[in-house]
Design a protein around this ligand. Structure first.
Ligand code: ITT
Ligand code: CA
Length: 493
């Protein structure tokens, strides 16, 4: 009987050991499955291409996102950008048929970067901005011919061509805002948003969330979005002719009205002196004033290097005289009170970054610019041999224009100056209208918040682990209490 009892005990312990091993194996298997379930091992991507046909140049942006979850948020990102050689497509007005050919090398690059199997399903868009808006104003037929030329090249690419068009100023402003807020993950969270400031060569845009009464006061400045279940009432305006290249023409036209043979310009460095044709200034549709009545074709543009005088020159290109709304920025355009923070990109960034003015107070920026503008042109050239001379010559003007546009124009003050962040990229993607434009046209941002599982993945795995552990422990207790007791066995003897 003793050996029988020992045998019974041994069998009991064996059963407990087997159950323990099986239990632990089951828990490990369960947790491993739960972890792996949500993580596809090989991530596949989808792609989209947007061509930004700006006034100064064209850029091709390639975006990618995980193929499994089109509607997931914050997941679309820029993988590549290609700068098209030469000037913007609007500059091909003399030979409109050649505009398309300029895009070919960047399109070939896109073909080599996007996997072959995805080519046919990759949407391809082209949006043209202020340069083409100006060309259309001057000559609709030429602007159509330029668009046909680029259309022909894009149609012949292996991608899914979705159209080439001149986007409106509202779209440019609003989609810039979408891009900035999408990339900084503010839309899904439904938290506060950030305004968007874009400075191009031929136009500039301002967009920010404002009160609903924008639509009542000025419908053309109101845009509404419903994104992830939140409504956004946006104020947006695009100032055609107030990009930095056109603003320079406006400033030069102001200063050459007298018809003098040379112009002493405070916005250029001392020692700077170039001959410029009147045509280069007055041929723009932005310049309303006529060329001065002189027989000469050109004038000498001489630098004087004085930022505060430059700000006065620049102020004169804005019209502050009357406003038929409750408040205006300039040129009789309605603008509600600013609501920050703001992200300022494109030329706002290029210029302020070069001048080291991306941080610090408004006053210190003014002082730094004053010192920079007063430096001799030869010294500036020596110090920056690698910078394109056209850019280098214009940084003093551009910096003064930016300060004036933001303060005199948009009404930023010393207090609100620090609400502005000068940015180029957000999480690796360029700030600009293109991403927002594509997200909108591909319906990639849902109007309503997607249903999410009640627990995040990590929470679900942890819970599963602890429940399994508890079950195992309960099973173990059951066995322990059902086990034959030693005392009763002794009594039996
Ligand atoms: O929006 P639109 O008005 O159509 O113009 P764009 O799209 O071509 O304008 P960008 O933002 O590309 O550039 C704005 C301006 O900044 C200039 N720019 C570009 N890179 C620059 C740099 O590194 N330094 C100074 N200026 C620069 C460029 O020539 C334009 O005049
Ligand atoms: Ca632009």
């Amino acid at each position: 009987t003793r050996s029988q009892r020992t045998k019974g005990k041994n069998a009991w312990y064996k059963a407990v050991i087997i159950i323990t091993v099986l239990g632990i194996t089951a828990i490990v298997a369960l947790v491993t499955t739960a972890v792996l379930q949500n993580k596809p091992l090989l991530q596949k991507y989808k792609y989209g291409i947007v061509l930004d046909a700006g006034s100064s140049h064209t850029a091709v942006y390639i975006y990618e996102w995980p193929a499994e979850k089109d509607n997931d948020t914050g997941r679309v990102q820029q993988t590549h950008s290609c700068k098209v050689q030469g000037a913007g497509i609007s500059s091909y007005s003399v030979f409109p048929g050649q505009a398309g050919a300029s895009l070919k090398s960047c399109m070939k690059e896109a073909e080599s970067l996007i996997p072959l199997s995805r080519h046919h399903e990759t949407p391809l868009y082209l949006g043209a901005t202020a340069g083409m808006r100006l060309l259309r104003m001057e000559n609709q037929s030429l602007s159509d011919q330029v668009l046909w030329s680029v259309e022909e090249v894009l149609r012949s690419s292996p991608f899914s061509y979705q159209g080439a068009r001149i986007i409106t100023g509202q779209e440019e402003g609003a989609f810039g805002w979408v891009t900035v807020n999408y990339l900084s993950d503010r839309l899904k969270q439904g938290s506060g948003t950030t305004g968007a400031l874009d400075l191009g060569g031929a136009s500039t845009q301002i967009s920010f969330v404002a009160n609903q009464d924008v639509a009542e006061e000025s419908a053309e400045n109101a845009v509404t979005f419903r994104l992830y279940g939140n409504d956004y009432f946006l104020y947006t305006h695009s100032f055609l002719c107030y990009g930095k290249d056109q603003a320079l023409k406006l400033a030069l036209a102001q200063q050459t009205q007298s018809g003098d043979s040379s112009v002493l310009d405070p916005c250029f460095h001392p020692g700077y002196s170039v001959d410029r044709s009147y045509f280069s200034v007055y041929s723009s549709p932005c310049v309303m004033a006529g060329k001065p009545l002189v027989s000469r074709d050109s004038f000498t543009h001489v630098g004087a290097g004085n930022a505060s005088l430059c700000q006065e020159v620049v102020r004169r290109i804005f019209n502050f005289s009357s406003c038929s709304f409750s408040r205006c920025s300039f040129n009789r355009v309605y603008q509600p009170p600013l609501q920050g923070p703001f992200g300022a990109f494109s030329a706002f960034y290029f210029v302020m970054n070069f001048l080291n003015l991306t941080s610090g107070s408004l006053e210190s920026s003014r002082e730094k610019l004053e010192r920079y503008c007063s430096r001799p042109w030869t010294q500036i050239k020596q110090q920056h041999p690698d910078v394109k001379e056209k850019y280098l010559a214009e940084y003093c003007f551009s910096g003064s224009y930016i300060l004036s546009l933001l303060t005199d124009g948009y009404n930023f003050t010393s207090d609100t100056w620090t609400d502005i962040t000068f940015i180029k990229k957000i999480s690796g993607s360029d700030a600009g209208w293109t991403l927002g434009y594509m997200l909108n046209l591909t319906n990639m941002i849902p109007a309503e918040a997607p249903d999410t599982p009640p627990l995040p993945h990590v929470g679900y795995v942890t819970l599963l682990f602890f429940i399994s552990l508890l079950l195992f422990f309960l099973l173990f207790l059951c066995f322990r209490f059902l086990r034959p007791r030693r005392n009763s066995q002794t009594q039996m003897i």
